[in-house]
Design a protein around this ligand. Structure first.
Ligand code: 5GP
Ligand code: MN
Length: 336
């Protein structure tokens, strides 16, 4: 958590005459959108008028969140997004550790912005900003936003809007309260969010039970080709661009596919390789169990990073070459 001096300074920045902007990472997920909107609703409850800016569009299954439609998406509203960041007095950076992770364009704007920057994030290796609250042991940035609200002594302001958004991010980043960093504290915070109006059934139904038939057909194709290597320790999944097109791919359609690899008994790591729809690179998702460090592996070989048990990466070779390179490198990991 921020020190008490930092909290006092931050309090002084949170005044109606300051322009406040909240930014999150490229390809926003449930924790990114949940923490951004959750914090926005909290600042609104304090009489402020913050704006949320994201680099690119995010999955449809997150658009039920209160005021999701008011988010400024830089890909669609470039001028407005640039001006908001340029004119900001305070910028909250949520759920990412370095400006580049918000995309090249927004990342540049952030670097040139004069605003005081406040980072709240749970990824490894955070960059330096004016104020940094980084904790890699917390499963979701949404939980950290709750702790921040509590540290300000304002838990009493947590309303239904805040609670729904924060609950969603905790639910998605813990894989439904299953992943390793899910703690008693996570559940205590979640309980408070439910008391404040978050409805678990409503949120999980709106977020997870919104599959299209084509998404499930795409999943069945991916699963039919699933490969297990390294003595059953590593599962590999992949998708080609033509297949994405054939099944009418929409943003978010492949979310969670990688987890099926990890659901096989005995696997310690799963990797999902996908050709980008428009550009010539492979987007990679890594997931792991126990101490198998996806972050270190992805940083070392696949231009990425993230968390120990969940990381992403980007590779500039063909799909086949990428998977071959992966098979070559993955044997270096000690799975015992
Ligand atoms: P996903 O596989 O869901 O895209 O990402 C898993 C985790 O890794 C997320 O926390 C995400 O922020 C992080 N991540 C994904 N792609 C990248 C990347 O290219 N670079 C870094 N540093 N982190 C990434
Ligand atoms: Mn997160």
């Amino acid at each position: 958590m921020f020190s008490s001096t930092e909290l006092e300074e931050i309090q002084k920045l949170l005044i109606p005459t300051n322009n406040i902007v909240i930014v999150t990472h490229y390809n926003p997920d449930g924790d990114a959108i949940g923490s951004s909107l959750g914090l926005k609703h909290f600042l609104v409850a304090n009489g402020l008028s913050p704006e949320v800016v994201v680099s690119n569009d995010y999955p449809k299954f997150l658009k039920w969140m209160p005021e999701a439609k008011q988010i400024t998406i830089a890909d669609y509203k470039r001028k407005k997004a640039a001006e908001l960041i340029e004119n900001a007095d305070v910028i909250f950076l949520l759920d990412f550790n370095a400006t580049v992770r918000s995309g090249d364009r927004v990342g540049n704007w952030l670097q040139n912005a004069k605003a005081k920057k406040i980072l709240i994030d749970h990824h490894q290796q955070p960059d330096y900003f004016d104020y940094v609250y980084s904790d890699t042991t917390v499963p979701a940035t949404c939980q950290m936003v709750y702790h921040f609200i509590a540290a300000l002594g304002k838990e009493n302001l947590v309303n239904k809007n805040i609670a729904e958004c924060l609950y969603c991010g905790i639910m998605t980043d813990t894989g439904g309260f299953r992943f390793r960093s899910t703690s008693a504290t996570t559940h205590l915070v979640t309980a408070k969010l439910i008391e404040a109006g978050a409805d678990p059934a409503f949120i999980s139904t709106n977020t997870w039970d919104t599959n299209s038939v084509s998404r499930l057909h795409l999943l069945s194709l991916v699963l039919s080709r699933l490969e297990v290597v390294a003595d059953g320790k590593v599962a590999i999944l992949s998708l080609k661009r033509e297949e994405l097109k054939e099944f009418g791919f929409e943003k978010g359609d492949t979310e969670g596919f990688v987890n099926y690899g990890l659901s096989i008994g005995g696997t310690k790591m799963a990797a999902f390789f996908m050709e980008d729809l428009f550009e010539d690179f492979i987007k990679i998702s890594f997931r792991s169990k126990d101490n198998v460090d996806c972050n270190a592996f992805s940083r070392k070989y696949f231009n990425g990073g993230g968390h120990i048990n969940a990381a992403g990466g980007k590779y500039m070779k063909s799909l086949e070459e990428t998977i071959n390179d992966f098979k070559e490198k993955v044997v270096e990991i000690n799975f015992d």
